[in-house]
Design a protein around this ligand. Structure first.
Ligand SMILES: Cc1ncc(COP(=O)(O)O)c(C=O)c1O
Length: 390
C-alpha cells in the first residue's frame, strides 16, 4: 500500500524550535511573553501589509488566543451579544463559527450562500435582517460571514448591508489567512476578525487562534477577558466573568517560526489548486471550485474542493471519497450546513438551497503544503479511474 495522503497536514518551516528553545532558556513557559508579543506584531504587519488600500486598518491590533473558537466567543462578548439577542451566521461553515453564539445565550440566524464564492449571500443577508426586524422588532446584534476554504466572500456587498443597518461584522477568517479581497487581507474587514492556527490550517501553533481588533481599546478589552477579567487591584478582584483564552508563549514560538513560511504555504496551496484544475480539465461532470474571474477575489485555496454531478461523471461524491480512501487517500465531504445540523434544527434559516446542494455533491481534496505534485497526480488518477468506468 502506498503511504497515506492526508487532507491537510502541518508543515514546519525550521525556525519554530529556535523560538521554543528561547522560551525554555529564558523560562517564559507561560501564557504571555516575547513569543506572544512578536507573533502578534508579525501577524498585524502581515494583515495590513497593503495598508494604503484601507487607511482605517492602521489601528488594527491582534490578540493571540488559545483557539479560533475562543476568538469568536470573545468577539461576541466584546460586541455585547447576550441572552435574547440574535446573530446572523453563514450556514455553510464549520460548527465553530456558530457554537459561540450559543455560548453567550444568543440565537443563531442562519443565512445561505451564493454560488460564486460559496459564502454568505448578501441579498439573503438583507432579507434575513428585514425579516428578523419585522418578526422580533429588533435588529440582529452581529453578522458572522465566513471565508470558506480560504475563498473571500463578497465583502463590498455584505459590508454595505451591514453598514446600512449599523450591524457590526465579526469576520470568520479562520480558514483564510493570506486570502485577499480587492487586495485587502481577509480578517481586516469586520469590527473584529478571527484567525485559526489549528493543526490543519495555513499556519499552525499546534492549536491556537487570534482576534483581529479595530483599535487598541478593543484589543485591551479582549486581553482583559482572555486573562480572567482581572480588575486593576493588587489582589485578585473581578467585576466581570473572565476566560482563560490567552495563547501560550510556547505555542506562539511555533507561530513565530511559521510566519517565515506563511507566504510559501499560500503559494503552494494555490499551486496545488492550479494543478488539480489542469489535471481534471475536461472531465465530464466534475468541477474544481475556483475563484470568480478578475482580480477581486484572491483565495488562499486552503482546501481545493470539487463538485461532482453523478449522472455526468459516472460516480457520486461518496463513491469518489470511498475510492480515495481505499487507495489510502483522505478526502472529506464539504461542511454540512448549520441549518441541517440536529443541534441547530430550531434556529431561523434564510436559504436558497445552495449549501444543501453543495453538501450533497462536494468533496475537499488533499491540499496541504507538504504534498508533492506526485501526490496530487495520485489523487487525480483514482478520480479519473472512476470516470472511466462510464
Ligand atoms: C470556519 C472556521 N471557523 C472557526 C474555526 C475554529 O478554529 P479553532 O479550531 O482554532 O478553534 C475553524 C477551524 O477549526 C473553522 O474552519
Amino acid at each position: 500500500m502506498e503511504p497515506r495522503i492526508w487532507l491537510s497536514l502541518a508543515r514546519m518551516g525550521g525556525r519554530e524550535q529556535e523560538f521554543i528553545q528561547e522560551a525554555f532558556d529564558t523560562n517564559w513557559v507561560v501564557p504571555l511573553g516575547p513569543n506572544v508579543n512578536a507573533f502578534e506584531k508579525s501577524l498585524r504587519d502581515f494583515l495590513i501589509e497593503n495598508r494604503e488600500l484601507n487607511i482605517e486598518n492602521e489601528d488594527k491590533c491582534v490578540v493571540a488566543l488559545s483557539a479560533g473558537t475562543a476568538a469568536l466567543h470573545l468577539g461576541l462578548i466584546l460586541l455585547d451579544v447576550g441572552a435574547g439577542d440574535e446573530v446572523i451566521c453563514q450556514s455553510f461553515t464549520f460548527s465553530a463559527s456558530a457554537n459561540p453564539i450559543a455560548y453567550v445565550g444568543a440565537t443563531p440566524v442562519f443565512v445561505d450562500s451564493e454560488p460564486d464564492t460559496w459564502n454568505m449571500d448578501p441579498e439573503l443577508l438583507e432579507e434575513a435582517i428585514r425579516d428578523r426586524l419585522a418578526k422580533t422588532g429588533r435588529l440582529p446584534k452581529a453578522i458572522i460571514p465566513v471565508h470558506l476554504y480560504g475563498m473571500p466572500g463578497k465583502m463590498d456587498e455584505m459590508m454595505t448591508v451591514a453598514r446600512k443597518y449599523k450591524i457590526p461584522v465579526l469576520e470568520d477568517a479562520a480558514e483564510a489567512l493570506g486570502a485577499e479581497y480587492k487586495g485587502q487581507r481577509c480578517g481586516t474587514f469586520g469590527e473584529f476578525g478571527v484567525l485559526s492556527f489549528n493543526g490543519n490550517k495555513i499556519i499552525t501553533t499546534s492549536g491556537g487562534g487570534a482576534l483581529v481588533c479595530s483599535c487598541k481599546e478593543h484589543a485591551d478589552r479582549a486581553l482583559y477577558y482572555a486573562t480572567q477579567a482581572r480588575d486593576n487591584a493588587p489582589h485578585y478582584q473581578h467585576s466581570c466573568i473572565g476566560y482563560n483564552y490567552r495563547m501560550s508563549n510556547i505555542c506562539a514560538g511555533i507561530g513565530r517560526g511559521q510566519m517565515f513560511v506563511l507566504g510559501e504555504h499560500v503559494t503552494r496551496r494555490r499551486a496545488i489548486h492550479d494543478l488539480y484544475v489542469k489535471l481534471l480539465e475536461g472531465v465530464n461532470g466534475l468541477r474544481v471550485m475556483s475563484q470568480p474571474e478578475g482580480d477581486v477575489f484572491n483565495s488562499n485555496y486552503w482546501l481545493t474542493c470539487i463538485t461532482v454531478e453523478p449522472e455526468e461523471f459516472g460516480a457520486s461524491r461518496e463513491e469518489i471519497r470511498l475510492a480515495l480512501n481505499a487507495n489510502n487517500i483522505e478526502s472529506r465531504p464539504l461542511w454540512k450546513p448549520m441549518h441541517m445540523q440536529p443541534v441547530f434544527k430550531d434556529a431561523p434559516y434564510y436559504g436558497n438551497g445552495v449549501s444543501e446542494r453543495l453538501f450533497e455533491i462536494g468533496l475537499c481534496l488533499p491540499s496541504g503544503a507538504t504534498l508533492t505534485d506526485n501526490d496530487i497526480e495520485r489523487v487525480v488518477r483514482v478520480i479519473k479511474h472512476l470516470a472511466c468506468k462510464l
